[in-house]
Design a protein around this ligand. Structure first.
Ligand code: ADP
Length: 489
């Protein structure tokens, strides 16, 4: 099968979040399965050019119809870790992609509408006819709209679209001029409630809604989140649209890159280990304590790694710290926040616990250190308010660090409570709580720390259960292939 991914990010050359990891990880898995995969990206000036091999212009004069005229583009080709990527470079005074950052500009909707149009124009003009076009998030929501309303009639008539939504919070809500710019025109047609009109703002176009309405299949990043998006507020206003289109909507968990996150081959930890050799994990616990000057005592280490964002349940993270210490555990945290208020709060907390031999807060982004924390800790807390998929709990499972999570989004599909899960004992792998209040997280941590102290054998069994789970790209790759087979012409 010939698959083209059209996306605004691809790790590691253009990564702002999980979207980039998925585009890269899924593409690699699909290629391993024998499919022909190509990725189309904007040619940002802040790409990691040091990681792109063989970059060269392969198409000089791509003229993309835009408003009353056309924008002249060059298309570059390069390889990132063996994945073939095309980069669209517009030569226009708008300077769409030479801004030093991927997002955050007042004309973001226009920038990515242009990119969506240019990607299709490139496929059309160069005779590329993929079986499936896979696009992602609001930035490429207009791809299926443009494909089925314009390009289908001029050459791209057998292409099918899979659309993956990683985050419902950002939807590309913009003014109607986008219709004129992209050549869709006909506002009376597109402003219909069943097409692109935003569900709550009748004067606005919603690009993500367009993606949902026009795609052949829509996925989000976990089965539980696909339910939450339809039936709770987590669809951020698109719940009804998703219900209308639910026969073509599903959830597929993201995978973890086990070449990067695997304690058996991880070069960034103190000692390698696996489910057959779990004892070596304790050398990492020692190394973590050495690194953070924690006291060497018979105590479990509870950890948190992640963005200190309200989405992650900041008050519960703080509460987990206090409660863990009160229950005789140690606590380590690695995180940063873009919000000055939250940052200041955690710096205060860091000062407060500066001399405490059982607690350490590291307030920066440090990927290397995160490996040692996953390997060295015993328990890992994820008290998110919402979590479309979540990677940290899947990584900690692989590293034998038992997760304590709130039952939301992808956490529901990956962590199964030791005492209450509706599963056989050998499939239970962590602790789950439901409410987003302090009592709930206390009860889960109480059970977890209690098990560590009182029933070490049971704790060890739980940890091994988690290590045996396979959250690699293998299953997600298989499921995406099933979706592609389903929608193929
Ligand atoms: P989200 O995409 O919402 O931030 P995920 O759980 O999907 O959350 O992914 C978070 C990823 O970012 C994990 O790999 C985690 O280890 C990493 N990460 C987050 N914050 C930090 C940090 N301060 N230092 C190192 N790695 C971090």
């Amino acid at each position: 099968m010939y698959i083209v991914q059209i996306a605004s990010e691809c790790a590691p050359i253009a990564k702002a979040g999980g979207l980039g990891d998925v585009v890269y990880g899924l593409s690699r898995e699909l290629a391993w399965r024998g499919h022909w995969v190509e990725i189309i990206l904007p040619k940002y000036n802040n790409l990691r050019y040091d990681l792109i091999m063989g970059l060269e212009v392969i198409y000089h004069d791509l003229w993309v119809p835009w408003g009353n005229g056309a924008v002249h583009c060059s298309v570059w080709q390069g390889y990132t870790f063996n994945r073939r990527c095309y980069f669209i470079e517009p030569h226009s005074p708008d300077n769409f992609f030479n801004r030093g950052a991927f997002y955050g500009f007042p004309d973001d909707a226009v920038r990515f509408a242009f990119f969506s149009k240019a990607a299709l124009e490139f496929l059309l003009k160069t005779g590329r006819r993929p079986d499936v076009i896979h696009c992602h998030d609001w930035q490429t929501g207009l791809v299926p709209v443009l494909l089925f309303e314009i390009y289908k009639f001029i050459g791209l008539d057998r292409q099918r679209v899979c659309y993956t939504i990683h985050n419902f919070r950002h939807q590309g809500i913009c003014g109607g001029n986008i219709l004129w710019l992209t050549g869709l025109n006909r506002p009376e047609y597109y402003f219909h409630y069943d097409r692109l009109r935003d569900n709550f703002n009748p004067g606005a176009i919603n690009m993500m809604k367009g993606g949902i309405v026009y795609s052949n299949f829509i996925t989000t990043v976990s089965p539980q989140h696909s339910w939450e998006a339809r039936y709770t507020g987590q669809g951020f206003g698109l719940g009804h649209t998703l219900q209308v289109h639910q026969v073509k909507f599903g959830g597929i968990l993201n995978g973890v890159d086990y070449e990067e996150w695997n304690p058996e081959i991880d070069g960034r930890i103190a000692a390698r280990y696996g489910s057959a050799t779990p004892d070596a994990k304790y050398a990492n616990k020692e190394a973590l304590r050495d690194r953070f000057w924690l006291r060497k005592d018979y105590k479990p280490i509870v950890a948190f790694v992640g963005r200190l964002d309200p989405q992650k349940g900041v008050p519960l993270i703080k509460h987990a710290l206090y409660y863990s210490l009160s229950q005789g555990a140690q606590f380590v945290l690695l995180g940063t926040s873009p919000e000055p208020g939250i940052n200041a709060d955690f710096w205060r907390l860091k000062q407060q616990f500066n001399d405490n031999p059982d607690c350490h807060l590291e307030l920066n982004f440090d990927e290397e250190l995160s490996h040692l924390i996953y390997a060295g800790a015993d328990l890992f807390v994820v008290p998110s308010l919402y979590e479309p998929c979540g990677l940290t709990q899947m990584i900690s499972l692989k590293y034998g660090t038992v997760p304590v999570v709130r039952a939301v989004g992808g956490l529901v599909n990956t962590v199964f409570d030791k005492d209450y899960a509706d599963r056989p004992l050998h499939e239970r792998n962590g602790f789950v709580f439901h409410q987003s209040d302090t009592r709930a997280i206390e009860s889960a941590l109480y059970r977890a720390i209690g098990l560590w102290y009182s029933f070490p054998d049971h704790f060890r069994a739980l940890m091994l259960n988690g290590m045996r789970y396979d959250f690699s790209w293998n299953w997600p790759g298989h499921h995406y292939c099933q979706v592609y087979d389903l929608i193929r012409a």
